[in-house]
Ligand binder design. Structure first.
Ligand code: SER
Length: 306
């Protein structure tokens, strides 16, 4: 797993170690994890350093690669060329080395950021107009096309999900537009209030980490012939606005206070994204079914963060 210290990698690695055994999962990132555990194999790697990545693959001969290293939407707008370089060339390095070294199976996450202002906003379907206008969304859409291309042209078994905003309590996300939906819980418990950078009525698609991890593993376990999408699968979960999540938190923490900051650059990114996602293709192809709704997720987040 490349980019294993991030929000998704941290929890996906735990699940993969449980499934395959610690000795069979190699995690890697730019830096050591904050709390390395005994018996776990970790390597420092920069996915842009292709010779080092090749040496790493040759050392461990992985049968599957999970490429999670990426720059998210908000940070991407601050460093567009760096975001493009990491998100595109990181993927190309992995795809090319997979072909060269015979690595058969790859997971690469895409995002709801592949949609844009002309995509249908409600229940955004698998196939529709896609005109992303953030560098993150542009890089993810280009990446999806490359994944499908490498599958069709070279037979590489690459699988992908368009993750919505992922909500979790173990590791915070960094640099994304949906991050408010995680920050809000930390602040609600710490200070009893939260100043939101998105407006009260900005609905975005979200998903609880437990469902995201289960969905990722279900997709990776699915038989090849079940998969009809080789770009990236729509993955719906929960859709809510800042006002709605604040209301849900207030049911458990009655003194919680929400305020809103105007003119944050992340608002424009959110405005260009879907409000909710239609995911029947994932349901039909590999039985995707999330289990957490807004209420269950809010309760679980607060119980665990406490
Ligand atoms: N969570 C991501 C972001 O906000 C979306 O893929 O950038």
């Amino acid at each position: 797993m490349i980019g294993a210290n991030g929000q998704i990698g941290t929890e996906l690695a735990v699940a993969l170690r449980q499934k395959f055994g610690s000795e069979n999962v190699i995690t890697s990132d730019l830096r050591e994890p904050r709390s390395p555990k005994e018996g776990e194999i970790f390597e420092i790697i920069n996915v842009l350093d292709k010779p080092a990545l090749k040496a790493l693959f040759e050392k461990y001969k992985p049968t599957q690669v999970y490429l999670l290293a990426a720059m998210l939407s908000a940070t991407g707008e601050q460093y567009p060329m760096k975001a493009w370089d990491l998100n595109m060339n990181g993927l190309l390095n992995v795809l090319d080395l997979a072909l060269e070294l015979g690595i058969k199976k790859i997971f690469w996450p895409s995002s709801i950021a592949v949609f844009g202002p002309h995509s249908p906003k409600q229940n955004t379907p698998q196939y529709c107009i896609m005109d992303p206008n953030s560098i993150y969304g542009i890089s993810k859409l280009a990446g999806e096309r490359l994944c499908e291309y490498y599958h069709k042209k070279y037979g590489l078994d690459i699988r992908s999900l368009r993750y919505p905003g992922i909500i979790s309590w173990k590791t915070a996300p960094g640099g994304g537009t949906t991050d408010y939906a995680v920050d809000i819980f930390f602040e609600a418990l710490k200070s009893g209030k939260y100043s939101c950078f998105l407006s009260a009525d900005t609905a975005l698609p979200m998903l609880y980490m437990e469902d995201a991890v289960a969905g990722t593993i279900a997709l990776m376990d699915a038989a090849q012939e079940q998969l009809t999408v080789r770009s990236s699968y729509n993955l719906g979960g929960i859709s809510f606005t800042p006002a709605e999540i604040a209301e849900e938190i207030t049911k458990i923490l009655p003194n919680f206070e929400m305020s809103y900051v105007e003119n944050d650059p992340r608002q424009a990114i959110a405005d260009s994204w879907p409000a909710s996602i239609e995911d029947t293709v994932a349901q039909e192809d590999w039985n995707w079914k999330p289990t957490f709704d807004l209420q269950a997720m809010t309760k679980d987040m607060i119980e665990n963060l406490k």
